[in-house]
Structure formats: C-alpha cells, structure tokens
Design a protein around this ligand. Structure first.
Ligand code: AHR
Length: 501
C-alpha cells in the first residue's frame, strides 16, 4: 500500500505566492475579448475589464500577472499604447495571427486590470527590437513620482500617482523570438539594459528578471549566469533578481503537438511523463545556478509553463486556443507540486496563459465564460500560497503507464499555514483508483477540515459553454481515519486537496 509520511514539524522553506502566477499576452483572444472588452461593450465591464472574468480571477487569488508577452513583448513599443485611444497607433501582430493590434489595451489598462484582480505586476520589456532609452523611459513613466518628462506624460494621460512595478523582465526568449541571440551576447545586453531599469522607489525596488533558458538548453543558463550574474556588483542591489525558464508540455512533440481533447491512453501517459520532466529540468538548471549563486540570492522564474496542444479545429492557428480536460488538471497538479518542492529556488511561475490561450484557466465565448479543470486545480492549490513547505516522503508507489510511458502513480506536496496543513495529491493512473495511507509526525488529534476533488469518470472530460460544470471542484469524501492515520482512496485521474488541522 502506498504511504505518505508527513513531517509537519520539518519546514523546508516558504512557497512564494508568486509561484501561482499567470501570463497574459497580446495573443489571440487572451487580452482582447478574454480580459478586456472596452468601456462601450455590451458585456458587463468596469473600465473595460470583463466583470465575470475579473471576479473569477479574484476567487483564484491570482498573485501576479505577466504582460504584454511573450514574443509580443520584444515587438511592443509602449508609447503606442498610451494616450487617447482614438489616436493610438495600429500595428500588425506578426507573431500571432497577423491581426491588427489597435493598442487600446496598454500600460494604463494593464495597471487597471491588476488593480481589479488585486495582484502584483510583472511587466516584460522589449530588449529584442527596442532601445535602452525606450525601456528606461517606460520604467520612468510607470514608477517615477517626481517631475520628469515621462512622469509628466503619465500625469497628462490621467494618472497622477506612479504605479508599482513588482517585476520587470529584461527581454523574453532572446534565444529565439526575442532576437536570436547567443547567451553571452544577451547577457551583455542584459547588463546594459538593466542598468537603466531604475529603482525610483527604493522602498519597493523592482525585481529584475533575466531571460533564461528554453527547456533543457542548459548552455543558456550557464552562459547568462557566467556573464551577467558573476558581474553583479554587490553595491547594486537588484542587478538580477530572477532568471527565467520556459517549458511547455507537447505530448506528441513540437511539430505535431496532438489534440487537446481526442487522445489515447498512451497520449495520457506521454503527457504525464512530459509534465514530470519539469523535475529534471529544475534540478539541472538549479544545479547550474547554484554554482554561481550558492547563497540563493536570485530566484528561478518559470514564467511560461503548461500544455500546448494543436489548436481547436476551426480556430485561427495563430490564436493558440485549446480546450482543457482532466488531463490538463493532472498536468497542473504535477507541475505545482514540483514547484512547491523546489521553493528554495523557484520564486515565481506563470501558467500560460490566463484566458483563451494554451492551458487557460478561463475560456470565453462572447458574453459567456467557463472555468476550466485547470482553474479548479489552481483554486484548490491556492492555500499553498505563502505557506511553509513541509517534509513529506512517498513510498511504495506503483508505476503506471503504457508502452514504455511509465510514471509514478501519485504526486504530492504538503504545506502549512496558520496551523493548517494543505495536502495536494494527484492520481496519475488513467484507469486505477489508489489507496494511500498518510501518517504525520504527530498523529493524535488531527481533523480534516476541508476535502475537495477535481475529476471525472472520463479523463477526456472538459467544460463547454453549454455545460460549464462537467469537471468541477467538488467535495471529497473518500477518506477515513485509522489508528491516527488518514487513509485516502484517490479515484483514477483525480486531483485531491485535504486540509488538516
Ligand atoms: O505562450 C506563447 C509563446 O510561447 C510566447 O509568446 C513565447 O514566449 C513562447 O514561445
């Protein structure tokens, strides 16, 4: 029988809330329609932001939002997105569908959105096709409270007080869409650009994020750390606060990707294997970072993660719109448990993307919206935000899978906040339920105060606009206490949360 031994007295570090962050790009229907409909829309909105979506995001306790890209970030010129909307420049979104971008959602709108959601701000700058001056002026525009050309321009555009920029990305994927650079070239550029990302508000310094690697391109992490981190002069706090990593799960590989909803049992396990690969990626990238930064001064920001399938048939291939099934719920559970367990280094992560793109937590269709299975997992996991990771040891776990695509049947992580343990579990088997016995360092007097589950008897199940609650977060009753141990029966293809006091 599988066993999980929790040592709730042994704390391994704080799980930063930002690990549960999100990403929103000017891509397909993420920003336009998904988040922003404009003040004149028939869809209920506050200052242009969809009320239904904002409410759902508030329930999720979104800690941080990254914007404006993605590949879009290195083509974005922020001055096109300020001032009177009628006069804003129109451009072609060359990366994503070749559609016209009218810049009606810009800096002011992003800050308004974050205010409504109640989250921190992560702005991604343009290093690939922008200038040092442009980046520097954006930061001045957003964060300077005194008298200056950019602060005055912000005031002229109706915002007297500066905003708070919590995180600033100095370029995105500069090994690819952000300029096809070598790590050494990028790292030198990083050193130059970040110099002018000024901290005008010393009480709330901006955390600067260097562009990190794609998947397993360890040479990139090595090259950037060697050239940029080792030159961090100690007197300049915040030269580099985080370095990023991007990894997407494509069950059938980058070229084919595979359907989001129509997949075989083998497709299920391939996806699980590829989700679990995050563990190896973190171990290896972190080992490189450790060599330069053994004191763990900087964090790893996995600011793009999630499933990337073939687009929903009949939709614009450049819009990356896909459905989200129980399989996606398991990918989220696996990934978030891995992040929790790497909380010593992983300080931020953003699921890609927030609405209508890739592994979205929300899908919209005109005035209708639905919460995906991934939404429900992130909602269950929200209690890990800001909690202390507890030591936990899983033993006697079966291996499940098909045709060489084998995975351990159970994923788990445990944290504690305010005297309550949050235990998140996933059963990766597509076909078999599993009993798990949970022990604690102190077994006496414990009580389950909340138990929730996300599953469906059909692992292909997903929510539709006509039936938005096919896969929901529901009460879970499959547990009992036996001699101070918690015995849980995890249904096949399920994600379970138990809160224990
Ligand atoms: O999330 C979609 C795209 O994936 C982003 O624009 C880019 O950064 C990554 O390659």
């Amino acid at each position: 029988m599988a066993r999980l031994q929790i040592n709730e007295k042994k704390k391994l570090g704080r799980i930063e809330p930002e690990v549960y962050g999100h990403f929103s790009e000017h891509l397909g229907r993420c920003i336009y329609e998904g988040l922003y409909v404009g003040e004149d829309s028939d869809i209920e909105n506050v200052n242009g932001m969809r009320t239904d979506v904002v409410e759902a995001l508030r329930e999720l306790q979104v800690p941080v939002l990254r914007w404006p890209g993605g590949c879009f970030a290195d083509e974005y010129h922020w001055k096109d997105g300020i001032g009177d909307k009628k006069n804003r420049k129109k451009m072609i979104n060359t990366h994503w569908g070749g559609v016209v971008e009218d810049n009606s959602f810009g800096t002011h709108e992003f800050m308004e959105l974050c205010k409504q959601i109640g989250c921190k701000t992560y702005v991604n700058g343009n290093l690939g096709s922008g200038t040092v001056q442009e980046m520097s002026e954006w930061v001045e525009y957003m964060t300077f409270s005194g008298v200056s050309p950019m602060a005055d321009l912000r005031r002229k555009n109706g915002h007297e007080e500066p905003w708070k920029v919590d995180y600033f990305g100095v370029g995105n994927e500069n090994w690819g869409c952000g300029g096809n650079m070598t790590p050494e070239f990028y790292a030198n550029e990083y050193r130059r650009y970040q110099t002018y990302v000024r901290n005008y508000d010393e009480a709330h310094p901006i955390k600067k994020i260097a562009c990190g690697a794609n998947i397993d391109e360890y040479y990139w992490t090595e090259g950037v750390m060697k050239t940029a981190f080792s030159h961090t002069p100690s007197r300049y706090h915040g030269f580099m606060d985080l370095i990023s990593l991007h990894y997407y799960v494509h069950p059938e590989g980058w070229d084919i990707k595979g359907s989001a909803t129509d997949f075989t049992e083998e497709g299920w396990y391939k996806t699980m294997v590829k989700a679990l690969y995050m563990e190896e990626l973190l171990n290896r990238h972190c080992a490189i970072i450790d060599q330069y930064d053994p004191e763990k001064k900087i964090g790893l920001s996995v600011d793009e993660w999630g499933t990337w399938f073939s687009v929903e048939p009949g939709t614009n291939p450049g819009f990356l719109y896909q459905q989200s099934t129980v399989r996606d719920a398991l990918v989220a559970a696996v990934t978030l448990n891995i992040f929790n367990k790497h909380c010593d280094r992983v300080k931020l992560a953003c699921i890609a993307q927030m609405v209508n793109v890739l592994q979205a937590v929300i899908l919209t269709d005109g005035e209708r919206m639905l919460k995906t299975p991934t939404y429900h997992v992130m909602h269950m996991y929200r209690h890990h935000q800001g909690a202390e990771l507890c030591a936990s040891d899983l033993t006697d776990v079966d291996t499940v899978g098909t045709d060489g695509w084998d995975v351990p049947q159970i994923t788990e992580s445990v944290s504690e906040k305010d005297g309550i343990l949050t235990i998140t579990l996933g059963n990766l088997s597509a076909t078999e339920d599993k009993e798990l016995t949970i022990g604690f360092s102190e077994n006496e007097g414990k009580k389950v105060i909340e138990a929730r589950i996300v599953t469906n008897s059909d692992y292909h199940a997903y929510n539709t606009f006509d039936e938005p609650s096919i896969v929901n977060e529901e009460e879970f009753t499959g547990f009992k206490w036996e001699s101070g141990h918690l015995v849980v029966t995890l249904p096949k293809a399920s994600v379970v949360k138990l809160r224990v006091r």
